[in-house]
Design a protein around this ligand. Structure first.
Ligand SMILES: *[C@@H]1O[C@H](CO)[C@@H](O)[C@H](O)[C@H]1NC(C)=O
Ligand SMILES: *[C@@H]1O[C@H](CO)[C@@H](O)[C@H](O)[C@H]1NC(C)=O
Ligand SMILES: *[C@@H]1O[C@H](CO)[C@@H](O)[C@H](O)[C@H]1NC(C)=O
Length: 424
């Protein structure tokens, strides 16, 4: 056998192995879905995002191979009964199914995130830690996790349970005895909540007054978990942007432009690393007011400022009013000290503000998004674009669409096929 046939044969075998782990489902799935644990991709053969997910999904199946979670896919055009049974409204929909409970996956479509999501959902929302050594294992396994210390009773435990169930799709939750970990973690109280985040432990601050009011502690812990579940310098994408805006802090974003291989230029890397270094070295001063992050494409940032930003750039969003702030010099020339001065000015409300939620701004943003959509369509298919926009009505409707449906700052978390198309 010569080399080429050998490699071809190997390729066929490898392909066969990877694809064999993704089960292809039919109508009968409705009856058996309640048995076992399923991670299912609902797709349509014509949908481009589904085909792009195909190889990733095979890797997800490999990643979950040694677990009881069954990874599967179903062609919704062939089995409409399944589509209506699971109320599928967009392709692809990724759903975790265990018994009668279902959870749609809304995160980034990358292998690691999807595997982690499925592993978490297959477990109870809170797992018990019985040995002090296990803490080190957890630190190795996760960049971020939440912990409850104390007896399984009382207000704090009750509220922690509520929030662990709510945030199970996004974060890991553990519980442990005070005696087991008191030496390791030095908790301030025999009953408390903490987050382990990128090498540090932060305790959730409670007071006897706070603990007396169940509703109060519920909303406080909810906000705290929501804000702390993100790292110090996460990548901000269309899929987590709205969740990040829910962190009621200033959102400080380094904007760079990745190529298809996720590479960025030296200048951009230098700038991005500087921003990361600022938050890591000053997290105790900055973290309670500012959430840092970075964006790998400028399009989202461009639609916020409504023109094409030079890259790399720095943009700070007020998450309450949706105003934004831009430095008055080219960010490339900013030193860490200048960035800190800029952030101070924003916090003291003396930096110039732009944008916001007002109607005029929405109108402008509508124009900007429409223009951006048209120019990307033009690049993709000039003739069709000319035909569509030869009619002024076409542009008007696209404008309305961009104004009222596609305002990214107000976009619903639910993703439809349309927003998928726009993501490119
Ligand atoms: C420890 O928690 C209890 C309630 O669980 C509270 O009454 C007490 O004040 C807390 N102590 C400190 C030092 O925070
Ligand atoms: C606690 O907050 C959650 C939302 O985070 C809400 O669904 C739940 O009803 C609240 N429970 C109590 C007891 O206030
Ligand atoms: C946003 O702007 C409002 C009004 O100027 C201000 O009260 C608030 O502190 C700002 N910051 C954040 C993080 O919302």
């Amino acid at each position: 056998m010569n080399f080429i046939t050998l490699t071809t044969l190997l390729l066929i075998v490898v392909n066969y192995v990877t694809s064999s782990k993704v089960l292809e489902l039919s109508d009968k799935f409705i009856d058996i879905s309640k048995e076992g644990t399923w991670f299912v991709k609902f797709y349509a053969p014509w949908c481009a995002y589904c085909s792009r997910l195909e190889p990733v999904w095979a890797h997800v199946a490999q990643g979950l191979y040694s677990t009881p979670i069954k990874v599967a896919k179903v062609d919704c055009t062939r089995f409409p009964a399944i589509t209506s049974h699971f109320q599928i409204r967009a392709y692809p929909t990724i759903m975790f199914i265990k018994g009668t409970s279902t959870h749609v996956y809304n995160g980034e479509r990358i292998k690691e995130d999807m595997v982690n999501f499925a592993l978490r959902m297959a477990q109870p929302p809170i797992q018990k830690v019985s040995y002090a050594d296990s803490i080190d294992n957890l630190k190795d396994q996760h960049d971020i996790f939440f912990g409850y210390i104390g007896e399984h009773q009382g207000t704090l435990w009750e509220i922690f349970t509520i929030q662990a169930i709510k945030y199970q799709p996004h974060a890991w939750f553990y519980s442990m005895n005070y005696d087991v970990i008191k030496k390791e973690l030095k908790p301030p109280n025999a009953s408390c909540v903490f987050v382990y985040k990128e090498d540090d432990i932060y305790f959730f601050e409670t007071s006897p007054e706070l603990l007396q009011n169940k509703e109060n502690i519920n909303t406080t812990l909810d906000k705290w978990v929501h804000a702390e579940r993100f790292g110090f310098f996460p990548k901000i994408t269309r899929s987590n942007f709205n969740e990040i805006l829910e962190i009621k802090k200033y959102i400080v974003i380094a904007v760079v432009s990745e190529n298809k291989l996720n590479e960025i230029s030296q200048t951009e890397k230098f700038f991005k690393d500087m921003m990361e270094e600022i938050i890591r070295s000053k997290k105790h001063e900055l973290h309670h007011k500012f959430q840092f992050g970075w964006m790998g494409t400028p399009d989202l940032a461009n639609s916020i400022v409504m023109y094409d930003l030079s890259i790399p750039h720095l943009i700070v969003l007020n998450s309450t009013t949706h105003h934004h702030h831009l430095p008055d010099i080219d960010p490339v020339f900013m030193t860490p000290e200048a960035v800190i001065r800029f952030l101070d000015a924003i916090h003291n409300q003396i930096a110039p503000t732009y944008g916001g939620k007002d109607f005029i701004v929405r109108l402008y943003r509508g124009f900007y998004e429409a223009r951006a959509t048209v120019s990307s369509m033009w690049r993709g298919n000039p003739i069709l674009t000319a035909l569509v926009f030869g009619l002024p009505l076409g542009f008007l409707s696209l404008l309305c669409y961009s104004m009222f449906c596609a305002d990214i700052l107000d976009a619903e978390e639910e993703e439809t096929t349309e927003t998928h198309e726009k993501r490119d």
